[in-house]
Design a protein around this ligand. Sequence first.
Ligand code: ZN
Length: 240
Amino acid sequence: MRVAVLSDIHANLVALDAVIAAIPSVDEVWQLGDIVGYGPEPDGVVARLREIGALGVRGNHDAAALGGPEIEYFNVDARRAMEWTRALINDETRAWLRALPEVLVRDGVTLVHGSPRDPIWEYVTSQPVARAGIAAMETPIGLHGHTHQPVAYLEDDGRIDTMSPGDGSTLAVSGRRALLNPGSVGQPRDGIPTASWMLLDTGSGTATWHRTAYDVAGVQAAMAARNLPERLVARLAYGL
Ligand code: ZN
């Protein structure tokens, strides 16, 4: 099965539409949570994901948007954006987000937002955490987001190899245990402002990372018009 894997879209509909336009013919689109929060168009992003039949899981921002206590752990900017999101989103958006599971196993692949052992909150940012996550998976391949950075952790005889894939990087994961992060569509944090996503071929076991340019200035203007926090507006241009 050929799948486009998207994560951390964060209510950035312009970035999502640019990515959708760049996706070649695929069987399914999977998303790894944090669909809303930070960005200006939460309802628009959820409507688009429903329209294309995307399957996936919920993230900490999606849980917070539904009124969950996750908001207590947010920094001041994230909290302000989340309060704005909560007040804005419509009932269809709420119902769709509420129906998302924390973990989804599909075609032999585990999908989570944070990590396999703590799907909502844990950040996989080190080899020990990646090793524990890989050990916690019932499938050889796992997909996660949350850090907004494209990365691959591959287990090799108990050792963990780490890769930072760039645009066009392809990795053969067949026969190995691996945890893969497609990066963020709506708010990349690896110093590159273009939307990050991944193509996964579950049959051949290959993953390819992609970057797609979008109208960053247009999204920044939309955020400013909605009075969203300045630091969240600024960071889109730096990809940090
Ligand atoms: Zn996120």
